[in-house]
Design a protein around this ligand. Structure first.
Ligand SMILES: Cc1ncc(COP(=O)(O)O)c(C=O)c1O
Length: 403
């Protein structure tokens, strides 16, 4: 046994990791479906799911089969060579998202970077408008569109010409958008910023405003995509998503997280009628890697075959109804929000105490800003487990009100 293996994994991470993440004090070892186990043998229902990425949960047989099969065939194939598995994935992505072309990359933040570069080069303009409380990633371009000052300040100056407007406010958008703006970037439902669902007229209104000024409209569907919000992409709740020919949808979409069920992957989706990137103007060593493509195809197929998007919508509606009913009049609660299996409970206090009590009970959940507790379970979560999670959330919130 090496000297290193004698040290607890969490200590090794503390010693050699670069930091940046507060530790939850739990070391996860394995999982199946929506259940995970820690190094002490304790089981949890996983409502973190890799920050929403593991839409099929852990060790789904179709996902694992796709990964091992492809690993046995071909592990690398740069985009300058053809790849059957990549071609098939691109076709499937066009079918389910309504967009026509896709730049494949490795994370959500890279998809947003690609969107910014695309918008700048396609419009010849440089200004970007994004939303307050919006989150778009941590690389410098995406961070410039991200709002949270705590994330931005240590790294300033960021890219110039980025303005933030209140989310959900069409008047503010009308004032900020003009013919010098290259792109408007918004999440269709804000995730990290507190699980905020806009009014029904918001996204169609943004489409009209962008049309009026020749602005490219980018939806950041990194968190909301691939069934998380109860439709293939969340904006499909409000706008056309017909395969390959959406007429009134966004121009570009940043995709990530659930696109490959937890395998690192992102994509920039480009609407029909817009040109591809000019040759040589953008690229990525690992983007479109055959392993990621095989796993992503298996993820999309499984979402469809197991009807998991309907399931996300129905389990989400049930949970929202239940939480709203059972928590009526509870002074600890400010608001309950969500769509599909993306649920946020905004408290009148910091969410840390609730999250710790849930973890003690065997439920892993996460925050979305200081006062919002967020549930992002795998879409395959067992109905009994989901009912139990919601019952425990209700019980613990009632406990927060107790004297
Ligand atoms: C809406 C949104 N955009 C972008 C990102 C960045 O994705 P990644 O962490 O894969 O770079 C995230 C991550 O949480 C996100 O929620």
């Amino acid at each position: 046994m090496s000297v290193l293996t004698a040290t607890a994994p969490m200590d090794l991470e503390q010693r050699h990791g670069a930091g940046g993440y507060p530790s939850r004090g739990i070391t996860l070892t394995h999982g199946r479906g929506a259940r995970v186990e820690d190094s002490t043998g304790r089981t949890y229902v996983d409502c973190v799911a890799g920050h929403g990425a593991a839409c099929l949960g852990h060790a789904h047989p179709a996902w694992t089969r796709a990964l091992t099969r492809q690993g046995d065939l071909l592990v690398s194939c740069p985009t300058s060579f053809g790849s059957e598995v990549r071609g098939r994935l691109l076709e499937r992505l066009a079918e389910v998202t309504g967009f026509e072309r896709f730049f494949l990359c490795n994370s959500g933040t890279e998809a947003v970077e690609a969107a910014i570069k695309y918008a700048r080069s396609a419009t010849g303009r440089s200004r970007i408008v994004a939303a307050k409380r919006g989150f778009h990633g941590r690389t410098l371009g995406a961070l410039s569109a991200t709002w949270e000052p705590r994330y931005r300040r240590p790294f300033e100056p960021l890219i110039p010409g980025v303005a933030h407007i209140p989310f959900g406010d069409l008047e503010a958008a009308a004032q900020a958008l003009d013919s010098e703006v290259a792109a408007l970037i918004v999440e269709p439902i804000q995730g990290e910023g507190g699980v905020r669902v806009p009014d029904d007229d918001y996204l169609p209104g943004l489409r009209n405003l962008c049309d009026a000024h020749g602005i490219l409209w980018v939806v950041d569907e990194v968190q909301t995509g691939f069934g998380r919000a109860g439709s293939w992409l969340a904006h499909h709740h409000w706008l056309d998503g017909s395969p390959g020919q959406a007429t009134d949808g966004p121009d570009l979409a940043a995709l990530g997280k659930g696109i490959a069920g937890g395998f690192p992957m992102g994509a920039l989706a480009i609407r029909r009628g817009l040109p591809p990137f000019a040759a040589g103007s953008h690229g990525s060593t690992f983007g479109g890697n055959p392993l990621a493509c095989a796993v992503s195809s298996a993820t999309l197929d499984t979402l469809e075959q197991e009807d998991l998007i309907t399931r996300s919508r129905e389990l989400g509606e049930w949970a929202l109804d239940r939480l709203r009913q059972d928590l009526t009049g509870q002074t600890a609660v400010r608001e309950i929000r969500g769509m599909g299996l993306m649920i946020g409970v905004e408290l009148r206090q910091r969410s840390g105490r609730l999250l710790s009590r849930l973890a003690e009970d065997g439920i892993l959940a996460l925050s979305a800003g200081p006062t919002v507790a967020r549930l992002l379970p795998p879409l395959v979560i067992d109905e009994g487990d989901w009912r139990w999670v919601i019952e425990r959330v209700v019980e613990h919130i009632r406990g927060l009100d107790a004297p």
